[in-house]
Design a protein. Structure first.
Lengths: 122, 110
């Protein structure tokens, strides 16, 4: 069965960097686009970034562009999110999710991880 | 990337039908057939309920259906059941490799 397991969250101070990981299993990881979506406490979902099946296409939401970098290692079946210059407003549960499509920008996120909480404090 | 507009809340009695709307623009909902709906129970990950406006993933009950007219997409939940009580989010491809979500609707089963 498809499984996505995020890790790497925690409590960090503003300005610090953090890298999230998402370990995928139960499907051919290298065939699918992948996304990061976040949810601030008590708030709605916000798209963060997505990456195509082969890592050649990467796209970002306005609020993280220039600070966050999405990447993947298909040999390790793992998705990453490098987060730099963290701000208090980045505090959220970060979910990785699989797109139904190879490039993935269209969305249709059919499997989600359980999420990892990132808390940025000053 | 402006968020899509959803009503904050919706409700219905068991067995009834409820419709949740999701309003965007011609640059997102109205421009592409890539509208999805997600169900999220408290402290759980979202679950895909509808994709490409009206398609249901395997395992999603046919009580859930989706449609679109112009810049507004809709999720209809028929034959409401207690376990349908959850938050529902729409999303749409918004062009230029952007994805946008709605603000969410809390569905209460009375």
């Amino acid at each position: 069965q498809v499984q996505l397991v995020e890790s790497g969250g925690g409590v960090v101070q503003t300005g610090i960097s953090l890298r999230l990981s998402c370990a995928a299993s139960g499907f051919t990881f290298s065939n699918y686009g992948m996304h990061w979506v976040r949810q601030a406490p008590g708030k709605g979902l916000e798209w963060v970034a997505d990456i195509g099946y082969d890592g050649s296409n990467k796209f970002y939401g306005d609020s993280v562009r220039g600070r966050f970098t999405i990447s993947r290692d298909n040999s390790k079946n793992t998705l990453y999110l490098q987060m730099n210059s963290l701000r208090a407003e980045d505090t959220a549960v970060f979910y990785c999710a699989r797109s139904r499509y190879s490039y993935g920008s269209e969305g249709s996120l059919d499997y989600w991880g359980q999420g990892t909480l990132v808390t940025v404090s000053s | 990337q402006s968020a899509l507009t959803q009503p904050p809340s919706a409700s219905g009695s068991p067995g009834q039908s409820v419709i949740i709307s999701c309003t965007g623009t011609s640059s997102d909902v109205g421009g592409y057939n890539y509208v999805s709906w997600y169900q999220q129970h408290p402290d759980k990950a979202p679950k895909l309920m509808i994709y490409e406006v009206s398609k249901r993933p395997s395992g999603v009950p046919d009580r859930f259906s989706g449609s679109k007219s112009g810049n507004t997409a809709s999720l209809t939940v028929s034959g409401l059941q207690a376990e349908d009580e959850a938050d529902y989010y729409c999303s749409s491809y918004a062009g230029s490799n952007n994805l946008v979500f709605g603000g969410g609707t809390k569905l209460t089963v009375l």
